[in-house]
Design a binder for this molecule. Structure first.
Ligand code: COA
Length: 166
């Protein structure tokens, strides 16, 4: 069975991530969407909230997709899961330098695990999680960026944040 890990912060998962996941599912038997820890980021959602949103969104892929949280070195986790690849999305040239550095570092750490890049549909090129969070915080329409469930959780988070600031 060919297993791949799709790591990221997923704060929250967007249609762009889902597009990458679906492309990976065409190649791998199973893709584990892994909420990994980026030391440079302070997520809006807790680990549990992000896992819950991902799990809800990937339900339709059945046993082919799973979601887990992992805090540690990604390649160690990939080995533990018997994964042969790490999946990442490349949206624009601006993603390239960062992704190249991560892919080469991961290869240096684990030569047996390959990073594979998928280009999401061009309609998702401008999308990232921070911009979706910002639009939600400013009461903009996020329905074309995230699934309905994520939209609901994001809206309730915004309301809670507002209440806590009063
Ligand atoms: N569609 C829409 N948005 C996308 C996207 C897509 N297809 N692909 C990436 N993005 C966005 C994300 O939403 C995110 O947006 P944000 O910065 O506004 O929140 C941004 O692009 C990149 O984030 P993401 O893909 O989640 O990656 P990341 O940089 O947050 O995560 C980890 C990097 C978690 C994979 C990396 O830090 C890691 O591997 N950590 C584990 C520890 C480790 O092993 N470190 C050594 C690595 S060499």
């Amino acid at each position: 069975m060919k297993i791949a890990i799709y790591p990221g912060t997923f704060d929250p998962i967007t249609y762009g991530h889902i597009d990458v996941l679906e492309r990976a599912l065409e190649i791998f038997d199973k893709v584990i969407v892994t909420i990994a820890h980026n030391t440079a980021k302070e997520p809006l959602f807790t680990d549990e909230e992000r896992i819950d949103m991902v799990k809800h969104v990937i339900k339709k892929y059945g046993k082919h997709a799973d979601a887990e949280y992992f805090n540690g070195l990604l390649v160690n986790y990939a080995r533990k899961k018997k994964a042969i690849a790490l999946v990442r999305g490349l949206r624009a040239v601006s993603d390239f330098e960062y992704e190249l550095q991560m892919a080469l570092m991961n290869r240096k750490l684990a030569n047996d695990i390959t990073t594979i890049f998928f280009m999401p549909h061009e309609k998702h090129t401008y999308l990232n999680s921070s911009i979706v969070r910002e639009i939600a915080l400013l009461d903009g329409d996020i329905s074309s960026f995230v699934p309905a469930y994520v939209q609901k959780i994001l809206k309730s988070k915004v309301q809670k944040l507002r209440k806590s600031k009063k």
